[in-house]
Ligand binder design. Structure first.
Ligand code: FPP
Length: 256
């Protein structure tokens, strides 16, 4: 399905964001504050993932995208990286059973070739198992980077049409090759842990997303915190380039 591009047309604004994308930050600091090893924060982070998946589905979110591991996270100490890989495997084995029971579809986006064959197989199995589910779609961004995504999309676009006339390249030619072309652009972006950065997440798709930053560390982010983010979202005036006056008289609105 082709979704509306926020730069080409004005998408509908809905009471509950259709697509929520989250950078889950602050696991390490949560643990350090408690004199625990950093990895204890990641384990609690997985508990928070479970809570936020449940709460999002209950509130009618259609797409939930979680930044689990960035292209740059390989730079972390080797034992932390291998712990995160094991946690990812546990999640793919255990959580997927629960997601499937709740009609949730799981997808994983990113440069997956760098993961072990075992993890790649678990990803394929989890995606295949939940492919027919019609509830919320949970996307895990793993070894993902926004620049990687744009580059792989450009490569795919040119591989398909090597003689492409540069003048003919517009959004509708490139966008279908992006890793998350199956989802509308995020309505709401959340980053926990106090930093106010996009950190190479969905660079193309965040063009008109509402941005919400909270100091709460990811392991402490729960349904109540999600509701605070949604309340903030509802107060935003989503103009997509239009003026406030045009929002009052929608008949006058055009594309911008
Ligand atoms: C950022 O916190 C978090 C990560 C790099 C890993 C995220 C992983 C999880 C939430 C658990 C597993 C989730 C899935 C979906 C399998 P940080 O370590 O950068 O925190 P810090 O900034 O306080 O150091």
């Amino acid at each position: 399905m082709q979704h509306i591009s926020s730069t080409l047309a004005v998408p509908d604004s809905t009471y509950v964001p259709r697509h929520v994308a989250i950078i889950m930050d602050g696991n390490g600091r949560w643990a350090t504050q408690r004199h625990l090893p950093r990895v204890a924060g990641h384990s609690r982070g997985l508990d928070a993932v479970r809570a936020v998946v449940e709460a999002s589905a209950a509130r009618g979110v259609q797409f939930l995208t979680l930044f689990a591991f960035s292209s740059e996270n390989w730079r972390r100490p080797a034992d932390e990286v291998s712990f995160l890989m094991r946690l990812f495997m546990t999640a793919l084995r255990r959580e997927v059973v629960k997601m499937h029971a709740n009609s949730i579809r799981l997808r994983v986006v990113g440069d997956l070739g760098r993961f072990s064959p075992r993890i790649q197989q678990l990803i394929k199995d989890a995606e295949a198992r939940t492919a027919g589910n019609t509830g919320m779609t949970v996307t895990i961004a793993a070894n993902y980077g926004g620049r990687w995504d744009l580059l792989q999309a450009m490569r795919k676009m040119l591989a398909r049409s090597p003689m492409l006339d540069p003048e003919s390249i517009d959004e509708s030619v490139l966008a279908p090759h992006l890793a998350m072309s199956y989802a509308p652009e995020p309505d709401l972006f959340i980053r926990t842990g106090g930093e106010q950065r996009i950190s190479n997440f969905l660079l193309w798709q965040l063009a008109y997303s509402e941005l919400y930053f909270t100091d709460v560390f990811w392991p402490d982010f729960d349904a109540a915190e999600l509701d605070k983010a949604f309340a903030s979202y509802r107060q935003r005036e989503r103009r997509f380039g239009r003026t406030s006056a045009q929002l009052v008289a929608p008949g006058l609105s055009g594309t911008a």
